[in-house]
Structures are given as C-alpha cells and as structure tokens.
Design a protein around this ligand. Structure first.
Ligand code: ZN
Length: 239
C-alpha cells in the first residue's frame, strides 16, 4: 500500500514537490507532521514522514484520492489472474500452516473471533440474514439437516447405504473436492463408492436425488414426521 501510494505520487510530482519543499523550507523537516490541514489528524503512527504525508493527502485531496483509487483498480484488473493463481497454488500449504499456527497460539484465533463478534449490530448484520435465509431456503434446511443427522447418529447413520457415495465423518480431513475443485479441511466428506473420489457436503447435496440413503428417500428434515411422503404413497395405492 505504501509503495503503491508512492508510485502514484510520481504522476503528480510537481505540486507534491512544491508543497513539500515549501513546508520543509518554512518549518524544517522535524516539524512537518504539524500538518497544514487543521481538519486532519493522524489516526495512527506512520512508518515515515512521507507515508504520513501520503495519508493526509489521500484523506484531504479528492483529486489525489480518485487518482489513487483508479490506479489501484487498474493494477488489480491487470494482476488479478496472477494473484488468484498464486493464492490457489499455496492454498493447501497455507491451510496446514495456519492450523498449526493457531494450535500453537490459540489466543490469536480468539482475538480474531472477538473482533468479529464485537462488530456493532453484530446480530443484525450477521445473524439476521442467516436466519432469514435458513427460514426461506428449503434446500439449505435439508442440507444442514442431513449433515446434523450424520453427525448426531454416528452409530448407525454412516452405516446406511447411499446410492453412489458413502459419508466419511472425521475430526477434519484434508481432501480435494472434485465438485468445486477445492482442497479443504472438513469434518464431513462424501466418498464416491466406485472411484473413491471425495466431494464436499454442498457439492454432494447439490443433486438431492442422491443425497438420502436407500429406504429413506422420502425423508424431509425438520418435518417432525419420519417419512411423510411415503405414507402419502401408501394411501395412494389403497383402493
Ligand atoms: Zn465441493
């Protein structure tokens, strides 16, 4: 960021140099941070005087701010494919490293969580949209219902027979999902019975026709009835 701002200022050097030179000339280098903009006060300790000047200018000069933002947008557009590729390349290593790191420094994970949780209107911003989505999205309810069903009944549900896959529940296993092409540490994986390839829960359940085990095809999670549509079928065949 700092180097970026520095690069941007090269484009608007004349005015920048003049203003700095006159300030330094009048006040002397050591006094520069007593800024010429009375409405701007530094919000943090900057690494150098020049980065403080950049920040002040970014905050108070709309033209400079627009130029900087345009430059950053162009730079992002130019490099985004490369950035994404680099991100994907190191993803697995980084995940393993982060898990180790957070195990070693549990207070770091907690700090992040507390910062997240202490956001103003946390409930309104994060929980309320999730509740609304859960209430209106039938597929989401079925998806999480299936996940809970597998998790809460480890003695018999994983032993049931699914048409194409088998559920694998563990204390987070790193696998590659052939659906979304991501490697992630997950507790629930669905393994293809023929190819042994893995699928994450959202990818597996995106095709609901294979999501329920044999003899439970009509199960509806959250309906409080075990097999609601099966009883409907039975009554249909009654004379
Ligand atoms: Zn997936």
């Amino acid at each position: 960021m700092r180097s970026l701002l520095h690069t941007v200022t090269l484009d608007c050097r004349p005015s920048f140099v003049i203003s700095t030179a006159s300030s330094v000339g009048v006040l002397g280098r050591a006094h520069y941070s007593s800024t010429t903009e009375p409405e701007w006060t530094p919000t943090r300790q900057y690494a150098s005087k020049s980065s403080e000047i950049q920040a002040q200018r970014y905050a108070t000069d709309p033209k400079f701010r627009a130029q900087t933002q345009a430059y950053m947008r162009a730079r992002y557009q130019k490099n985004k494919e490369e950035m994404k590729a680099r991100y994907e390349e190191n993803k697995e290593e980084r995940l393993v490293y982060m898990r180790k790191y957070l195990k070693k420094h549990p207070e770091k994970a907690q700090t992040t969580w507390h910062r997240y949780r202490s956001t103003p209107n946390f409930d309104q911003r994060y929980n309320a949209p999730r509740r609304a989505r859960y209430a209106s999205d039938h597929h989401l309810r079925q998806m999480s219902g299936l996940r809970q069903w597998v998790r809460n009944n480890p003695d018999w549900v994983p032993g049931l027979s699914w048409p194409t896959h088998r559920p694998i529940w563990s204390d987070k296993a790193l696998h590659y999902c052939i659906g979304c092409k991501h490697t992630r540490p997950l507790k629930l994986w669905w393994q293809d019975k023929k190819t042994d390839e893995f699928m994450c829960h959202p990818c597996f359940t995106s095709d609901w026709s294979r999501a329920l085990p044999l003899d439970y095809e009509d199960k509806v999670f959250g309906s409080k009835r075990r097999t609601p549509s099966r009883s409907a079928n039975e009554s249909k065949y009654d004379p």
